[in-house]
Design a protein around this ligand. Structure first.
Ligand SMILES: [Zn+2]
Length: 144
C-alpha cells in the first residue's frame, strides 16, 4: 500500500501495535487496517485506507521511530533497548556485533514483545543485521 503523503510502499501493521504506541488515541477511532510508512523523509508513521481514519505522525508516538530518525539515538531493538550507536560502539571496540545473537536468544526464550513495542510491529532482527552490516562497512572505511 502506498503512503498517501510520499507514496512509499508500506506494509500492514497490526492494530494492537498502533494502539500500543500512539500516545493519545482519538475517541471513536475506526477499527480498520493500518499501514506503516518507513520512509525517513515522511512524517507519517501510520495511515489507513479509510479516509476517515486518523493518520499518526512521528510526534504522535510514544517512541522514536528508528526508520524515521537520522540523528542518534536511533532505536533499533525496542524490546531490549539497543540503539544503532551501541551496535556500532561494539563493532568499533571488538570488530563485530553480538547484539543479534543476544536478541535471538531472548526471542527464543519468549521474552520479546515486538508487537507492542516496535513501531513496525515486527521483530527487529532484520534491522539489527542491517545496522551491524553498515557498522562493519564504516569500520572498514575507518569512519567510526
Ligand atoms: Zn509516508
Amino acid at each position: 500500500m502506498a503512503c498517501p503523503v510520499n507514496g512509499a510502499r508500506s506494509k500492514r501493521v497490526d492494530t494492537l501495535t498502533v494502539k500500543s504506541l500512539v500516545r493519545k488515541l482519538p475517541v471513536g477511532m475506526p477499527n480498520t487496517q493500518y499501514y506503516f510508512c518507513d520512509a525517513s523523509d515522511c512524517e507519517v508513521v501510520y495511515f489507513a485506507l479509510d479516509a476517515e481514519a486518523p493518520r499518526f505522525r512521528r510526534e504522535d508516538l510514544l517512541v522514536r521511530v528508528g526508520a524515521k530518525e537520522t540523528a542518534d539515538p536511533i532505536p533499533i531493538c525496542y524490546c531490549f533497548g539497543f540503539t544503532r550507536q551501541e551496535i556500532w560502539d561494539e563493532i568499533r571496540s571488538t570488530g563485530k556485533s553480538g547484539v543479534a545473537e543476544r536478541i535471538a536468544a531472548e526471542v527464543e526464550a519468549g521474552r520479546c514483545a515486538c508487537e507492542v513495542k516496535n513501531p513496525t510491529g515486527k521483530c527487529c532482527l532484520g534491522e539489527v543485521a542491517r545496522a551491524a552490516k553498515y557498522g562493519l562497512r564504516l569500520l572498514h572505511a575507518s569512519t567510526i
